[in-house]
Design a protein around this ligand. Structure first.
Ligand code: TA6
Length: 305
């Protein structure tokens, strides 16, 4: 059935790791791959560049588990569930990344970018997972466009009679050659919650964020572009966002990475997560009948010193 959505020589569906359905894209402008499980992008490599996303070789690929690396979709809550009712045993970062999505449409643009639209089937209310009930009336649609730039959009519609609050993030793992020589720019003057210091609220004083130990920070009330300067590779990854007021910056560092069994031993040295999102005080409250769309566009440039 998925092959009905294939695009000759450019988008092919096959069985990937763990028996899960994977789409592979091969065009003049990029190569890429994604899984229906989690609507999870696992590779994007624009022509003339090295792969832009880190993907762990130790990742799980199984129903109910998240893929480690690429672009996990975090929804409808971020981290431990603090919004709404905490009953049940809510999995970290919501359920969107742990479940299969359905394909609605695929197409190719005039510029040669492949577009894929997926939707998350409505969640069944169930006594063992009451944490899902409050999101039952939300419908989520994810649009991905794989070209010279990768674009992702998460469109959420409230089909119910009450307002519903949710959090969200594109938890992108961007590949870098050496985290100790990597800088994140564009968040100066922005307040953040420092997760490695009891969630204290702080303000970003320096022009750049550097990585000498674990960094885990939701930056709030910010809308500008954020750039990853991967100095060891002499390339910049630029992240632009729409209707996203938070950016989460995360690298686990040596000690926290050692506790993540699905991460490569030296993996933490080779990625930084810079996540377009709406979390904590930036959570979205969606009135009945309304739709909210958060989007991100990522591009890459090489430079010479
Ligand atoms: O986005 C940062 C973060 O929330 C960190 O606190 C860290 O735990 C990371 O996500 C990974 O979470 P995961 O549930 O995928 O292991």
């Amino acid at each position: 059935m998925h092959n009905d959505f294939g695009i000759k020589d450019k988008l092919v569906f096959a069985t990937g790791h763990g028996g899960l359905t994977m789409g592979t894209i091969n065009t003049d402008v990029c190569t890429a791959s994604f899984y229906l499980h989690g609507a999870h992008v696992t590779n994007w490599q624009p022509a003339g560049h090295e792969p832009v996303l880190y993907l762990s070789t130790r990742s799980n690929y199984a129903p109910g588990k998240a893929i480690r690396g690429g672009i996990p979709i975090i929804w409808p809550w971020f981290g431990a569930k603090t919004i709404g009712d905490p009953k049940g045993s809510p999995p970290a970062h919501g359920f969107a990344r742990n479940r299969p999505w359905d394909i609605i449409a695929t197409s190719i643009s005039d510029g040669g970018a492949v577009r894929v639209t997926l939707t998350l089937p409505p969640q069944q209310e169930s006594s063992d997972k009451p944490c899902l009930d409050e999101f039952h009336d939300l419908r989520a649609v994810c649009e991905m466009e794989f070209g010279e730039t990768i674009r992702m959009a998460l469109q959420v519609t409230n089909t119910g009679a009450e307002a519903i609050t949710y959090e969200q993030a594109f938890h992108s793992y961007f590949a870098v050659s050496d985290i100790s020589k990597t800088q994140v720019q564009g968040l100066k003057g922005i307040d953040y919650l420092d997760k490695v210091d009891s969630f204290k609220q702080k303000t970003q004083k320096d022009d750049v964020i550097t990585f000498n130990s674990e960094v885990d920070r939701p930056y709030l009330d910010c809308s500008g572009a954020v750039t990853i300067d991967d100095k060891a590779s002499q390339r910049k990854i630029i992240i632009n966002r729409d209707h996203s007021n938070s950016v989460i910056v995360w690298n686990p560092g040596l000690e926290t990475a050692a506790k993540l069994s699905d991460l490569d031993a030296d993996g933490w040295q080779h990625f930084v997560c810079v996540e377009a999102g709406n979390v904590a005080k930036n959570a979205v409250t969606l009135p009945p009948g309304n739709t909210h769309t958060m989007s991100m566009a990522v591009s890459v440039i090489k430079y010479a010193i």
